[in-house]
Design a protein around this ligand. Sequence first.
Ligand code: ATP
Ligand code: MG
Length: 429
Amino acid sequence: SHPAPGEPMEIITAVRGFKDILPGETERWQFVEETARKIFSDFGFKEIRVPVLEKTELFRRSIGETTDIVEKEMYTFEDRGGESLTLRPEATASVMRAFLEHSLHGGDSVSKLFTFGPMFRRERPQKGRYRQFHQINVELLGSADPLVDAEVIHMLMLFLERVHLKNVSLEINSLGCPGCRPAFRKVLGQFLSQKEKDLCEDCRRRLGTNPLRVFDCKVEGCRAAVSSAPLLIDYICAGCAGHFREVQEGLKVLETGFSLNPRMVRGLDYYTKTTFEVTTKALGAQNAVAGGGRYDRLVKDLGGPEVPGIGFAAGVERLISLLPEGMEGVSRSPDLYVAALGPEAKKIAFRLCNGIRRQGFLAETDYSGRSLKSQMKRSDRLGAGYTLLIGENEIREGKALLRNMKDGSQGSIGLEGAEAQLLSLLKAR
Ligand code: ATP
Ligand code: MG
């Protein structure tokens, strides 16, 4: 609504659960992203970028109809053409879609892909939980080898180590395959139906269709109910058990510590065999930093050929909140600050600064026309290496005053050829 005449207009704020990432924080983001890029590239992964908006059907089919994400967390809307679209709640489905749409399986037998970007889930916003959050995603397609599972998990742990994350623990589990899971689902369904009254409404509804979901429920009654439930790991087939054993052996060879968590099922239905999660004690309730698993049926379920895959997602906000103090990136300070007063000096500053920037140095100036004194103060506040002072006197004499901000020493340099002289000074710094 419009304010009455003369009343100030109210500012428009961001949407609840959507967060700005400001200068001062973005340095940390860049550090995390650059570290990821370097490590993933060492392991042969290449970047892929996919849209944030997809047809709703893609997520319904891949993530699973009875998951929390699909049942209650998706930002789904009809666009003006009447098509149902969804802001992606996770990246794997989109990467699989792109993989199929561009026949990436046609080339090399193995595709190693990573992507960064925002995800959207309509959850209750709180510390470590937002409605737009960011993930670093890794997907490896085309290999069913358990050593690949170990390698991908190892790469994740190496990444977390390189961003100096401390006190994290890795838990792994096996969710079996379409061969062995249905038998267990039956056993679990029977067990849980005796505890039906203790379960939350969601879990009661899912009992008949997807009782495994109860393991992922955070409601106290449900947690208590599954604490004595039969475990999938005791029911998996010989093939899945062998695979899981080899994953563990691979992790041991790579000296990646882990523990077994037979109750971990993860929030997405597409996982088969190996699943894993990295948690930390430092985050309180929102303790999951990263999670992932194998998804050998997903590509086929999305209409493609039989291509096994494995991947993970790391939550960037949670990761960044865990970076040790002092890890916050140092934001770049000007190499040179040109304090200029008067129209003539302003012109010189304009030319000089842009010339110096073209050579790869950070030069800053001020077109506000405020006093040299206050410009000097600003230069100091910005942490500039040098300040060049050009006032009316300097213009008259054809010289400017150059101050080394570190030791306070100063001298004068000719305005003629100042750029070359400054550049050689900056290069020597
Ligand atoms: P949680 O159990 O905390 O809800 P999740 O199992 O739903 O996590 P995944 O779907 O596995 O999370 O996503 C991978 C990572 O993304 C998580 O480990 C977490 O770090 C991060 N993440 C998930 N949801 C959010 C959110 N709403 N806000 C911030 N980060 C999130
Ligand atoms: Mg969740």
